[in-house]
Design a protein around this ligand. Sequence first.
Ligand code: AMP
Length: 114
Amino acid sequence: MASKTIFQKIIEKEIPSEFIYEDDLCIVINDINPQAPLHLLIIPKKPLSKLSDAQEKDLNLLGHLMLVAGNMSRKFNVEDAFNIVINNGEKAGQTVFHLHIHLLAGNKKLNLPK
Ligand code: AMP
């Protein structure tokens, strides 16, 4: 069996981390190395390695993660200006092989051109 990722250890509380939000399907934590004033990670409890491994049966989970992203944007009053990023695969910069959504806000450089 593959060894647990850092996120699996956080989910299972083997490694301490402050949960900003938790429900049956996911957790939300602050990124340890923030790339913007607000940098959250929305992490499913199901250990999917990457988005491209998701299947039809994960439809509800993927939708849920998006809804949580929207909820978090309202919680932190950034609902009018945030970016979400999913790095998929090593060559795309993925370093933790447990699917996660980055939610970044408060950095003008990240705003897409109009
Ligand atoms: P990615 O490069 O898309 O796989 O993103 C992994 C992210 O996890 C990076 O932005 C890291 O800064 C972040 N990270 C790694 N370890 C931790 C940790 N213990 N707590 C919070 N964030 C972490």
